[in-house]
Design a protein around this ligand. Sequence first.
Ligand code: SF4
Length: 463
Amino acid sequence: MLHEIPILEDLDTRKLPYAETNGRRQVYLETYGCQMNVSDSEIVAAVLRESGYGLTRDAAQADVVLLNTCAIRENAEQKVRHRLDHLRAQKRKRTGALTIGVLGCMAERLRHRLLEQEQLIDLVAGPDAYRDLPRLLQETQETGQAAINVQLSREETYADIAPVRVDSNGVSAFVSIMRGCDNMCAFCVVPFTRGRERSRPFTTILDECQKLVEEGYKEVTLLGQNVNSYRDGKVNFAALLWRLSAAAPTLRIRYSTSHPKDCTDELLHVHQACDNVCDYIHLPVQHGNSAVLQRMRRGYTIDTYLHLIARARTICPGVSISTDIITGFCGETEAEHRDTLALLEQVRYDHAYMFMYSERPDTYAAKKYRDDVPHWVKKRRLTEVIQLQSSIALQNNQAEIGKVHTVLVEGNSRRSADQLRGRTDTNKMVVFDRQQYAKGQYAKVQITGCTSATLLGKAVEPA
Ligand code: SF4
């Protein structure tokens, strides 16, 4: 039987599975969007618990419902709006008071509309305002008025807050190491919702990872909007990985998400030299045509990008590479679209996150270009990209059959308690029969079959 397992980055909505009641005001926290938001929710949980709130997994029992939101695409915002409609209906039916708050990127972007025009919510807190949540909650409770803080900061990194890892599987953890983005890609709303780049002191990152090791974690994913532009004084991202690898040799290290311009030879050599820095790099190309990349303000051409891919494969043979693709960006011609298909054929990524362009207000593209590719054309091009990439991923996975990989077990397979799932060093999901293995252990697994998304295998010996 074939098993399709969504990989970690396919996050949608996460309902944090915790329960701490003890008669305190109860907060229910729901997370939308990327890993960075999951990590931010862990910080929010820590801030609220520290100031006396309880955490509940049941929205119906909560006194406060907070949605940690994403603004990257229009449909992500739509999903939150529908959820808010539902919550407001619940609020009307409730006898006790219910405070509804919006956190994160959407809070920053839509504060006026959410609060004033639509009067949907009681509290709005942007990504740099989480320390202020206890005060905001108190203010809205006391005054009955909406409370708001969407101030962006040039310094806030939450470096001193120990996250409450409420959604963790106990094996892999996220650690945010930098926030914000200075790149200003034409299509992207992140620099507006999350502000300027700033990095955490490297010592606090090493300490947090050390603590994770002591708690039994086996893998960490370092997070940032532009993670490989990390810098703390003389410690750049490559140096940070090097130090972390030496300080925590038993910890598998991954990171997300990077920009090609910051993927240096120095960083590639760290991948090659450090066994516990995974042989996997996400290098978002976004498009296969240099003129489109220029319109997108990505800062590289296809030639320089292909040169980088070749460097990565020379320095780290066997490295797995994934990417992001946008179809139907402003002015994209049929020939430009075909260049994206040609790029996929040439690079042969193991995985890609593929989307239709959706205009985000206030971005450079929204101000300077016309969103002129018809929806049906965007959709058709996206389908072509997805179909081609799926067949390439399947072929790449078929080439793994017979090989043996070291798999870190993350938990039960989603389809059967008799099977486990875990990931290879190269970030491929593997499903295999449980035998004597358990969550958090390493197993040597021989690959016996695959789909385009998942490898199937049989454990041959403990790793
Ligand atoms: S690098 Fe570009 S796409 Fe990525 S967060 Fe920054 S502006 Fe957005």
